[in-house]
Design a protein around this ligand. Sequence first.
Ligand code: HEM
Length: 397
Amino acid sequence: MEPTRTTMRRRGLLTAAGGAALGAAGAGAAATFGRDEGPGTETAPETTVPFHGPHQAGIATPAQDRAVLLALDMHETVDADRLAAVMRLLSDDAARLTGGVPALADADAELAAEPARLTVTFGFGLDLLDRLGLAGALPEGARPVPAFGTDRLEERWSGGDLLIQVCGDGDLAVSHAVRMLVKDSRSFATVRWTQRGFLQRPTGGGTARNIMGQIDGTGNPVPGEPAFDSAVWIGEDAGPFAGGTMMVVRRIRTDLDQWDRLDPVGKGRVIGRRLSDGAPLTGETEDDPVDLEAREANGLPVIPASAHVRRAAEAGAVMLRRSYNYDDGPREDGSPDTGLVFVAFQADVEQFNTVQAHLDEADLLNTYAVAVGSAVFAVPPGCGEGGWIGRTFLEQY
Ligand code: HEM
């Protein structure tokens, strides 16, 4: 489950306190948006990511090229026992498909042969656990995301009982896995929403650009490091969700027509990093620390007061961003219907809420990006061979 390809780099965040990191925000690198080390660094091509392990795959796993996120609503007749049966079945499907083995009764078994680093990650809506009388199993960090002033949320992109995130390096592998998983849940659930995302890793390695053209994922915590573990994984003493995480999914629509009115320098000032190479406005390379204290000769901060990285960093909470781009094609009037399927993993939803509140209050990016969907899922830990996801709270609790 741990990433086998090295994606680690360290970063710092300089503050008035002489370079002290804000929380663990200063240490970071990107598993998101597909940073990799470029050609020649891999010993063997990876085609499978283990499904079994202490944490679910698809979180610390270096981001694949494609993602489909599905939110299902369970039928009212589904009780805890029925949900357990569904999760046994879906976990079995996921274990097989991610290992390159057809699902049981797979009508297109050939399509399972190339798993393309497929991962399947399951999460549970907080209302579902409440309805099933299992809210007591939830960790302290399982809380809703409140309504924010800049949100323009639509019901069709929000909520959901069961989240299935399928990621992989090929459309066919992802499509096949989604079809098998949905097929096996059809008698128990309806599909509430589907969000498709993509990213394109740079040929020479490094952090990928998002649909706005920005190098995105630089400031992420680094998988395998203690700061990552404490930011992302729910603590060992937290009951059935220990080793799991809380997942926030936001559909964030971007206004690229508006964005493209800015020149590259203006675009860099919105984020606080240069558009050309992702370097902070206070540095020379992407890896340089973001110096929030640096001033221009006229006394103004080099990283503008409402630049996205300043607002995010000053909130002082860490999360793993593992987002994908979406492009639903041009609208009738030709304007692009694009954005981010923004995915954040953290031990406590409060981490996301703290940063989002800061961004909501003032972030130059708010002119160009607006949240139209929002959902929160409690992601249980992984399972061993023969085990299934959700067992820790559906059977043992
Ligand atoms: C369309 C929406 C968004 C876009 C295009 C975007 C883009 C970016 C970019 C380009 C960076 C700088 C590179 C990096 O460190 O990854 C960044 C940093 C960051 N963003 Fe966003 N972002 C968006 C939404 C959000 C949201 C909703 C949150 C959380 C509530 C968030 C949290 C962060 C954090 C924590 C950092 C790292 C700041 C640091 O250096 O400490 N972003 N984002």
